[in-house]
Every structure is written in structure tokens, then in C-alpha cells.
Design a protein around this ligand. Structure first.
Ligand code: NAD
Length: 476
């Protein structure tokens, strides 16, 4: 019988042999020098940027009707820039980090090192299949781990191509990609990984965290939720509309950091809607269905979910201000703006993840802040305002994974910033150094060089030592 360290029998798990193979290699992989890790990253870069670039664009078109420019900018570019960033900084990240040692430990010195966690699992979603699979993989490789990846079953062309890329670039004991349905994730989650990096919905995030708890595996949970966008009465309305329409309708709204809903000062609502109508036409013409720049909904199930949201809102008095057209056969939903629905509308209570933008009005900024805080803590909170006072007030009285002021979505693209949510929208951070850190254990090391002053306090505990202990508390 094949038993793990904690006496659970994994012998029937179809992925256990692969897991064991990777585990047996973890120190070899972890001890690869800087140059070897860079070599791995360069191989991945060449595969994505050169060898498979056209096929990646083709797979994304088949799965999501993703426009070519969007595929280049939101799938290929983020992975390449993550690799470049890691290449420029990895030597520094891998250095031992010296820290001060207190006087009470005189005679010793201290440092910490970032050591690989070991064997890691990456579970990724469908909305940016390449970016959200290979992005975390870059961090995992930079940190020196072996990795098993389970991409989404919703985008089969992308997943099949990623399997081919991984098999051509890496050996199976370093990185393996397993295609499969939810059952494959369930089986993988039973194994005692050292770290699990999950990107997906909060509800599945809870399943992942419970599975991780069985082995006390650490987790990074990159989740979603409702990201509010506040527009106050000092904002530049046209610029806000220009950027919000871009951020909301890119990838047909299937973006974790897309503005989920707008909270706007009631005095400027109509002007904002008019400006949005103008920018939608500018980006996608007045028949977005025929535009090459507009994506489709990923599956029939998600199409029906969004259709139900729209019907529910209409039944609760919603006014369709822009769009509203749908076509089941092509899974098309026009860029849509709705307002005036009552608070219980599902659009105002569930993550939308599609091209429908509900608008909620407020009379005072306090009212807007109370509304935001009545919901789960968001992945992103956007503020459009020319008032420093209002901006500061919103930031200080709310919590969110990230915030953009007078823009949206682009905080995702700065590798110097930690990316991730808070509570319901996520646990842990990714990108750049924060991604490297997520896949590393900070190991603390103290080295004793000479006689240690602390040894004066070793037993037996005489009166003299009691006095010394008191002096230590007082002076060190
Ligand atoms: P999802 O949670 O349904 O699925 C994500 C992954 O989990 C897939 O690989 C899927 O196979 C697997 N999975 C699904 N159900 C499972 C289960 N019961 N047990 C184990 N594994 C399971 O999410 P999705 O629909 O692919 O993606 C949309 C969600 O992801 C949204 O909530 C969105 O906000 C979020 N998201 C977050 C980020 C981020 O960086 N924070 C990025 C993209 C998407």
C-alpha cells in the first residue's frame, strides 16, 4: 500500500504517481542555479512569443472569439512581461537577505532565504486562459518549484494547446499540465501539495481552501466578486465613460477586475450614459455584433446565466439604457447598460462577469460608501473624481484588493504592485516579486559565531539569572 507522510492512502488517485515523480525531483529543481531557472523561463518565452504565437491567437478566437489585438495585449504580453520582469530581478530575489540581530542575541547573525515551496498546484480559469495559467507558472518556476497545472475545461482549444506547449518546453517531472473536468481538480486537490495557486470564483475558492486545510498546504486564492466604480460629481464624465466602456466590455466583460457596477452621483447619471453610448459606438460601431473588436460569451451556460440576470432586472423595473440585444446561437450579448432596478436585482448582488453594466445612483458620498461596505470586499474599487478629499475619503473608508483613480483595470499590468483580493475576493498576492514570494518559503536562519550572550540565561535559574532576565527585559 502506498502511504503518504500523513497516513492517507493515495494509491488509487490517478495523479499520485506523477505527484511522487515531481516530489522526488523537488530538491534537484529547487537547487537549480539562477542561470538554469532563467533558461527555463527563456524557453517558455520563446514558445509563447515565437513558436506558438499564431496558434495561441487562433485557439483564443475559437474559444472566446477573442479579437487578435486583445489576445496579443491581454494574454501574450502579460506573460512575456512577467518573464522579462523575473529575468531582471531574479538574481536579487534569490539572494540571502541579511537582517539586523538584536543585542540580546549578541554573538550571532541573521538572514533569511526564499526557498521553493516544493510541488505546487496551479488551477486556472477560462477568461484569460493563457495569461492566468502561464503567469503564475512564471512565478512558480522563478521560485524553483515543480508544478502540476489544471486549466479550465471551458476553453478546450486553449487548454489543449497549453498542454502541448508544456509538454514541449518542460519535462513532466518539472511541469505537467493535466486537462480535465472538475473531477480532475477534485482528484488533484486530494494530494498533499506544498502550495496551491487557484484563480477562479469565490465559491470554488472555498472548496480549494478546505482541501488545502487537510494537508495544511498554503494557498494563493485569486478570486472575483463585484468591483464597484464610483463616479462623483467632480469627475470628468467623458474620460470616465471612455475608460469604463473599455474596461467593462473588453473580453465581453469576462474579466475579474472589470468594473462590475457603477455608483454615480445622481446629478450626472444621464450625461454619463450618453457618453458611454458614444464610446460604445466608437469602439464597436452601432452594430457591435459585426465588430471584429468584440468578444463572445464563453459557453451556452454562461450566456443563459447572463440572460437570466437581464430578465430578472427587467422584471424589477430596470431601464435598458444602452444595448440589450442578445443572440443565443452565437452567444452574443451587446454592450448593455441598465439602470433604475430595485436593490434585490441579481445584477446588483452576484458577480456579473459579462457585458452588462448596472448603474446605481447616490445622493451623498457617504451613501455610496455605505453601499460598497454592505457587500463583500471587492477585488478592485475604482474611483473617478477630481476631488482629492473625496478620493481619500473613499479609500480610507473602504477595503479592496486594489484601486485605480480615474482609470480602471490597468493596476493589473504593473508588476511592481501586488495583485490580489482581500477576504471574499482573494487571499495572497501575485505578480512580480509578490508572485515569487507566493511560491517561496521565507526560511529564517540564525548563525552563532562566538559565545552567545543569551547563554548567560541558561539554567539553573539562580537569583543572579533572575536579575539578568529583568535587566534583559528592561534594556534589550
Ligand atoms: P471557477 O471557479 O468556476 O473555475 C476555476 C477553475 O476551478 C477551473 O479550472 C475549474 O475546472 C475548477 N473548478 C470548478 N469547479 C470546481 C470544483 N467544484 N472543485 C474543484 N475545482 C473546480 O471559475 P471560472 O468560471 O473559470 O472563472 C470565473 C471566476 O474567476 C470569476 O469569479 C472571476 O472573477 C474569477 N477570476 C479571478 C481572477 C483573479 O485574478 N483574481 C482572474 C480571473 C478570474
Amino acid at each position: 500500500m502506498d502511504m503518504s507522510r500523513n497516513s492517507i492512502d493515495f494509491s488509487k488517485n490517478p495523479y499520485y504517481q506523477l505527484f511522487l515523480k515531481q516530489r522526488s525531483q523537488q530538491f534537484k529543481i529547487g537547487n537549480m542555479p539562477y542561470s538554469q531557472r532563467i533558461k527555463q523561463l527563456k524557453k517558455l518565452k520563446t514558445a509563447i512569443e515565437v513558436t506558438y504565437r499564431d496558434r495561441i491567437i487562433e485557439a483564443l478566437h475559437k474559444d472566446l472569439n477573442k479579437p487578435k489585438v486583445e489576445a496579443e495585449l491581454t494574454e501574450i504580453y502579460p506573460i512575456i512581461s512577467e518573464i522579462k520582469f523575473a529575468k531582471s530581478n531574479l538574481r536579487q530575489w534569490m539572494r540571502k537577505q541579511k537582517v539586523d540581530t538584536p543585542m540580546s542575541m549578541l554573538g550571532s547573525s541573521s538572514y533569511y532565504i526564499y526557498e521553493p515551496k516544493g510541488v505546487c498546484l496551479i488551477i486556472s480559469p477560462w477568461n484569460f486562459p493563457f495569461n492566468l495559467t502561464f503567469g503564475p507558472l512564471v512565478s512558480a518556476i522563478a521560485a524553483g518549484n515543480a508544478v502540476i497545472i489544471k486549466p479550465s475545461e471551458m476553453t478546450p482549444n486553449s487548454s489543449a494547446l497549453m498542454a502541448e506547449i508544456v509538454a514541449n518546453v518542460f519535462s513532466e517531472d518539472e511541469v505537467a499540465l493535466l486537462e480535465g473536468e472538475v473531477e480532475a481538480s477534485t482528484q488533484l486537490l486530494q494530494l498533499p501539495f506544498n502550495h496551491i495557486f487557484f484563480t477562479g470564483s469565490p465559491s470554488v475558492g472555498k472548496i480549494v481552501m478546505s482541501a488545502a486545510a487537510k494537508h495544511l498546504a498554503s494557498v494563493t486564492l485569486e478570486l472575483g466578486g463585484k468591483s464597484p466604480t464610483v463616479i462623483d460629481n467632480t469627475a470628468n464624465i467623458d474620460k470616465a465613460a471612455k475608460r469604463i466602456v473599455w474596461g467593462k466590455f473588453m473580453n465581453a466583460g469576462q474579466i475579474c477586475v472589470s468594473p462590475d457596477y457603477v455608483l454615480i452621483d445622481e446629478s450626472i447619471k444621464e450625461r454619463f450614459i450618453k457618453a458611454c453610448r458614444k464610446w460604445i459606438e466608437q469602439y464597436f460601431t452601432n452594430t457591435p455584433k459585426t465588430s471584429d473588436s468584440y468578444a463572445r460569451i464563453v459557453t451556452q451556460k454562461h450566456f443563459e446565466r447572463l440572460q437570466t440576470h437581464l430578465e430578472n432586472a427587467k422584471s424589477l423595473n430596470a431601464k435598458v439604457d444602452v444595448g440589450g440585444e442578445i443572440e443565443a446561437d452565437s452567444k452574443y450579448i451587446a454592450p448593455t447598460i441598465v439602470s433604475d432596478m430595485s436593490d434585490e436585482a441579481s445584477l446588483l448582488n452576484e458577480e456579473i462577469f459579462g457585458p452588462i453594466l448596472p448603474i446605481v445612483t447616490y445622493k451623498t458620498l457617504d451613501e455610496a460608501i455605505t453601499y460598497i461596505n454592505s457587500k463583500e470586499r471587492p477585488l478592485a474599487l475604482y474611483i473617478y473624481s477630481n476631488s482629492k478629499r473625496n478620493t481619500k475619503k473613499i479609500i480610507r473608508n473602504s477595503r479592496a484588493g486594489g484601486t485605480c483613480i480615474n482609470t480602471n483595470v490597468i493596476h493589473y499590468a504593473n508588476h511592481n504592485l501586488p495583485f490580489g483580493g482581500v477576504n471574499n475576493s482573494g487571499i495572497g498576492k501575485s505578480h512580480g516579486f509578490y508572485g515569487f514570494k507566493a511560491f517561496s518559503n521565507q526560511r529564517a536562519v540564525v548563525k552563532q559565531h562566538t559565545f552567545g550572550i543569551n547563554e548567560l540565561l541558561f539554567p539553573p535559574y539562580t537569583n543572579f539569572k533572575e536579575k539578568l532576565a529583568k535587566l534583559t527585559i528592561k534594556w534589550f
